[in-house]
Ligand binder design. Structure first.
Ligand code: G1P
Length: 287
């Protein structure tokens, strides 16, 4: 079956980015001039996804407004003949069919994904986490969908991280079956460095079969007292084959201050309208 649907959990409080996130969703913080969630939606759309469900919560209304039609703005831009800007505004609301559901309590990523059960139905679906932005020639999710098409099984997007960093992620135990593709035999959410099964970390991209919902229902609280997607995936792995795909691309953790700054600088340097002037500025201040 083809992967047509994607789920983007965006209910988190964003405490790592206070004070900016006190009243503004962290997903709306811009890298250069574009909210982080728009990069994620673009990746999904460029990968062939048709329907997207965003799991939101209280204080996240700006996300819905952003992807909605902005009548007053469009009328003003049209009146003043600013057609370039008008196109930018209109293109956002035409990106995809975007649906919303609210996660009423912050009970963890597994619980958030379970809110997508009726949207997903009986199809494989993609999950993209908003803190992970991937810059690549072929969109990261497209690479993963190609792997899914071949194996027809759940696929986890992974990359190797340093041993000191593995405790921040879901780690997989896996053995290589072909270039960049590993068969998963176990998963641990945020393991201690000494207990990690490998340094292969799940980096915010998943293609999951619908049996995951049954697995989430059987999953109790895990790391941090939350219902973890990683724990439900470990259960899924007992029933079905699962693969980890070492995707090609530069991934930024835009949920951390350093990752956010790195993404800001590197995205600015890849923009034709900014690169020259910005590089000159950087050279001047970095001696
Ligand atoms: C979540 C997942 C974790 C994954 C990470 C990727 O953790 O639970 O398995 O490795 O995203 O960014 P979080 O960063 O929300 O704590």
């Amino acid at each position: 079956m083809r992967v047509r649907k994607a789920v983007i959990p965006a209910a988190g409080l964003g405490t790592r980015f206070l004070p900016a996130t006190k009243a503004t969703p962290k997903e709306m913080l811009p890298i250069v001039d574009t909210p982080t969630i728009q990069y994620i939606i673009k990746e999904a759309v460029d990968s062939g996804i048709e329907d997207i469900l965003i799991i939101t919560g209280r204080t996240k209304r700006a996300i819905e407004d952003h992807f909605d039609k902005a009548y007053e703005l469009e009328t003003e831009l049209e009146k003043s003949g600013k057609t370039d800007l008008l196109k930018i505004a209109q293109d956002i609301s035409n990106m995809a069919n975007i649906h919303y559901v609210r996660q009423q309590e912050a009970k963890g990523l597994g619980h958030a994904i379970h809110c997508a059960k009726s949207f997903v139905g009986n199809e494989p679906f993609a999950v993209l986490l908003g803190d992970d932005i991937v810059k690549s020639d072929v969109p990261c999710l497209k690479q993963m969908i190609d792997v899914y098409d071949k194996y027809q099984a759940s696929i986890l997007g992974v990359q190797t991280v340093s041993p000191d960093d593995i405790s921040k992620y879901g780690a997989v135990a896996a053995s290589e079956v072909s270039e960049r593709i590993h068969k998963v035999s176990g998963l641990v959410e945020k393991p201690k460095k000494e207990e990690a099964p490998s340094n292969m970390a799940i980096l915010g991209r998943y293609i999951i079969t619908p049996k995951i919902f049954e697995c989430i229902e059987k999953t109790g609280k895990g790391a941090g007292g939350e219902i973890q997607l990683t724990d439900a995936l470990r259960l899924l792995c007992d029933y079905e084959d699962m693969y980890a795909y070492d995707f090609i691309g530069r991934r930024y953790d835009v949920g951390s201050k350093m990752g956010f700054l790195e993404a800001t600088v590197e995205y600015a340097l890849s923009r034709d309208d900014l690169a020259g002037e910005f590089m000159q500025y950087l050279k001047k201040i970095v001696k």
